[in-house]
Design a protein around this ligand. Structure first.
Ligand SMILES: Nc1ncnc2c1ncn2[C@@H]1O[C@H](COP(=O)(O)OP(=O)(O)O)[C@@H](O)[C@H]1O
Ligand SMILES: [Mg+2]
Length: 304
């Protein structure tokens, strides 16, 4: 029987083995703490504990149920994946019904955006290639990430291994989920087809429009993450207003190639450039990006 992901119980309950420490990160829908995990064998590990935040700040029963569904959904999906470039899910933490959290290994280097600051010599195309491999793994299992952006790519350790994280908006392709969460602040990474329905829609269809996350919209978001890594700037950095970005991208605006990228980065740009095609079907599949992304161990740094 095909049980929807959010109805299945989460697994690996680590509640009694975790000690929560200070806050290390804030997302739109969660607060992330550092924590200590002592497992049944007595091994200590430093972990990240992602506590889901209620949509409104009321803690009534509806809200608790909603949080439980969010926990089940995200932890089930996240718990089903295992890849060198995807953050590993360790279990759940739920000391009371209204406090739901997910545990993962702690990444002291934070996300890719902060990691790359003041590190001009990191091999950026190699990093982008690894992210494409992580995404290729998800897509090969029919998992849509749904929220690709620099903030959601964490760094494993000093070697700079990127890890895809944040499955809060992810979904399995064959499960037809109702889409409810808002894309708060994500418009810079949002494919045009997620922003607005086609003009051919009737008024009623337009009013009821809900974006449908796809592999193609993931590829668009991946392209923007690649851009962020190559340029050290958020996508469309020169455009201040997010609402302007929505309008411009709907009119067909794509990122402009920066001057003086250098040969290696220029090649990487050529691959990313195809991810921003307005028509989803014109974008490459992620497997083609894995194949085409230039990777050189001899040419680190941005000016080669
Ligand atoms: N395993 C981790 N190690 C270190 N920091 C983390 C970890 N997981 C999340 N964070 C930090 O917390 C932030 C929010 O986590 P995220 O999973 O993206 O939540 P949200 O769904 O609310 O965006 C991240 O951008 C990151 O800075
Ligand atoms: Mg996030």
């Amino acid at each position: 029987m095909n049980i929807p992901v959010e109805e299945r119980t989460p697994y690996k309950d680590l509640t009694t083995q975790i000690e929560i420490q200070e806050i290390v990160g804030q997302g739109a829908f969660s607060t992330v703490h550092r924590g200590k995990w002592v497992d049944t064998r007595g091994t200590l590990r430093i972990v990240a504990v992602k506590i889901l935040r209620p949509a409104n700040n009321k803690n009534n029963e509806d809200e608790t149920q909603l949080m439980q569904r969010r926990l089940n959904r995200e932890s089930r999906l996240w718990g089903s994946v295992d890849h060198p470039y995807v953050l590993r899910f360790l279990g759940i933490y739920q000391p009371e019904p209204s406090l739901s959290a997910m545990v993962s290994s702690f990444c002291p280097q934070g996300n890719v955006v902060t990691f790359l600051k003041n590190r001009p010599n990191i091999n950026r195309p190699l990093m982008i290639s690894r992210i494409s491999q992580g995404l290729n793994y998800l897509h090969s299992r029919n998992i849509i990430h749904g929220d690709l952006k620099g903030n959601n790519v964490l760094i494993q350790d000093e070697t700079g291994i990127p890890l895809l994280s944040d499955f809060g908006r992810s979904r399995l392709l064959e499960v037809h989920g109702v889409y409810t969460t808002a894309f708060a602040g994500a418009s810079r990474y949002l494919a045009p087809e997620l922003m607005a329905p086609p003009d051919t829609y009737t008024q009623a269809e337009q009013d009821n429009f809900t974006p449908n996350l796809t592999k193609e919209s993931d590829v668009y978001g991946f392209g923007m993450v690649g851009l962020e890594i190559l340029t050290d700037k958020i996508p469309f950095a020169h455009i201040k207003l997010d609402t302007m970005i929505v309008i411009m991208v709907n009119r067909g605006r794509k990122p402009a190639r920066p001057q003086g990228l250098g040969r290696y980065h220029d090649k990487a740009w050529d691959v990313l450039d195809r991810c921003w095609e307005g028509q989803p079907a014109s974008r490459p599949v992620i497997a083609a990006i894995v194949r085409d992304m230039p990777v050189s161990d001899n040419l680190p740094g941005r000016n080669h």
